[in-house]
Ligand binder design. Structure first.
Ligand code: SAM
Ligand code: SF4
Ligand code: SF4
Length: 339
C-alpha cells in the first residue's frame, strides 16, 4: 500500500480523546474550546474494528495519543484489545504523565510496548506557566513509575525560545537519570499553536550547537532507511538523544504516518485541512471489504507534504488563524488530531 509518493501505510496514531488535563501554551493556549460531541466518539469495539482494517492494509505500528489518552476511561482495556492483534509490531502511547503513576501497571499488563512522556521544563513555576496546572510533581512520579515498570522511556520536549531553551542540558541529564531518551521537538505551527511565530522556533542546528558547547563532539547515529521522525545522536559517554526538526527540516518524503481522531476522522497529514470520515461508514455497517477499499483509495491518492509546503512558504505565521480554530471545527486542533 503506497501513496502517490511511494510512501507505505505503516504508522497509525490513534487519538482516543480530544480532552486534556493540561493547557500547554503551544497546543491549547486559548480559554475555550469546542469538544467533539460525546456520541461521536468511537467505542473501543469500533476503534478495534477499524484497527483490524488498517492492520490488514499494512499498518504495523500504532501509537495511542490525544488530547490526554489517560483521561479516556479504562484506556488499558483498549490497549488489551489491540496489543494481541496479528501483524502489530509496535504499540506505544504518548502521555503528559499526570495520571501515569496510577495506570502504568494496568497498561503494562494490557500489553503496551513503549511509552513516551512529554516534559518541557524541570522548573515548577515554568511548568505551571506553560501548562496552567501545578502538576510537575505528578509528571515526575509518572516518569519514575514508567522507569520502574518499563525500564526505559522516551521524553518529548518542545523547545521554545525564551521559555525553556536554557534547559537543554538539564533535560538531557534528567533523561539519563530515569533512563529516558530525550527528544527535542522544534515548535511547530500546527493547528492549535495560535501563539506560534518563527522567532520562537529553536532549530535543530541551534540545539546541537548548545549541546556541543557543553558536551563536546556529538555523533549522529546512522539510521538511514528509517522513517522515524527523530534524528538520533550520541554523546561521548554513550547517552543518546533525538531531535525532531519538523519545522526547519521536515521529513515528509518518508512519512508513513496517518491519524485517526477519537470520532473516527482519518487525517493523512498533520497539516491536512480535511479528513476522511470512517465513523459514518462503520456505523452504517459498511462491509469490511468496502471499508478496506475506501481506506486503500484514500492512501493511494495521498500526496500530502504539509510541513515541506509550510517551509516553502518562506513567510510563515500560525497555520490556522485563531478565529477559524475557535468554536468552528475541533478537528483543526492538534489536541484533537493527536501529535
Ligand atoms: N497529551 C499527550 C502529551 O502531551 O504527550 C499526547 C498528545 S500531544 C498533542 C502529543 C505531542 O504533541 C506532545 O509531545 C506535544 O509536546 C506535541 N505538540 C503539541 N503541540 C505542538 C507544537 N505546536 N509543536 C510541536 N509539538 C507539539
Ligand atoms: Fe499539552 Fe498534550 Fe494536552 Fe496538548 S494534548 S495541551 S500537548 S498535554
Ligand atoms: Fe507527514 Fe504531513 Fe508531518 Fe509531512 S507534515 S511529516 S507529510 S504528517
Amino acid at each position: 500500500m503506497n501513496d502517490t509518493l511511494g510512501r507505505p501505510l505503516r504508522n497509525l496514531r490513534l487519538s482516543v480523546t480530544d480532552r486534556c488535563n493540561l493547557r500547554c501554551e503551544y497546543c491549547m493556549p486559548e480559554d475555550d474550546y469546542v469538544w467533539l460531541p460525546r456520541e461521536d466518539v468511537l467505542h473501543f469495539e469500533e476503534t478495534s474494528a477499524l484497527v483490524d482494517v488498517f492492520l490488514s492494509l499494512g499498518v504495523d505500528k500504532i501509537r495511542l495519543t490525544g488530547g490526554e489518552p489517560l483521561l479516556r476511561r479504562d484506556v488499558a482495556a483498549l490497549v488489551q484489545m489491540i496489543a494481541s492483534k496479528p501483524g502489530l509490531k509496535d504499540l506505544a502511547l504518548t502521555t503528559n504523565g499526570v495520571l501515569l503513576a496510577d495506570q502504568i501497571d494496568a497498561l503494562k499488563a494490557a500489553g503496551l510496548g513503549r511509552i513516551t512522556v512529554s516534559l518541557d521544563t524541570l522548573h515548577a513555576d515554568r511548568f505551571k506557566a506553560l501548562t496552567r496546572f501545578d502538576q510537575l510533581d505528578a509528571v515526575h512520579t509518572g516518569i519514575a513509575a514508567a522507569h520502574r515498570v518499563f525500564g526505559q522511556l522516551k521524553i518529548d520536549t518542545v523547545v521554545i525560545r525564551g521559555v525553556n531553551d536554557d534547559e537543554l542540558i538539564p533535560l538531557v541529564e534528567y533523561g539519563r537519570s530515569v533512563n529516558g531518551e530525550i527528544r527535542f521537538i522544534e515548535y511547530m505551527d500546527v493547528g492549535g499553536a495560535s501563539r506560534w511565530s518563527p522567532e520562537r522556533v529553536v532549530s535543530r542546528r541551534e540545539i546541537l550547537d548548545t549541546l556541543t558547547q557543553h558536551y563536546g563532539v556529538i555523533a549522529p547515529i546512522d539510521e538511514s532507511g528509517s522513517s522515524a521522525p527523530a534524528a538520533r545522536y550520541a554523546l561521548k559517554d554513550g547517552t543518546t538523544f533525538g531531535i525532531i526538526a519538523s519545522t526547519t527540516d521536515p521529513f515528509c518524503r518518508t512519512c508513513d504516518r496517518s491519524r485517526l481522531t477519537a470520532d473516527g476522522m482519518w487525517y493523512l497529514c498533520l497539516y491536512a485541512t480535511r479528513g476522511l470520515d470512517l465513523r459514518a461508514p462503520l456505523r452504517q455497517h459498511m462491509p469490511v471489504d468496502e471499508l478496506k477499499a475506501l481506506i486503500a483509495r484514500g492512501w493511494g491518492a495521498r500526496d500530502d507534504r504539509g510541513a515541506e509546503d509550510r517551509l516553502a512558504l518562506g513567510e510563515r505565521r500560525a497555520f490556522v488563524p485563531v478565529q477559524d480554530l475557535l468554536k468552528k471545527d475541533p478537528h483543526l486542533e492538534m489536541h484533537t488530531r493527536g501529535g
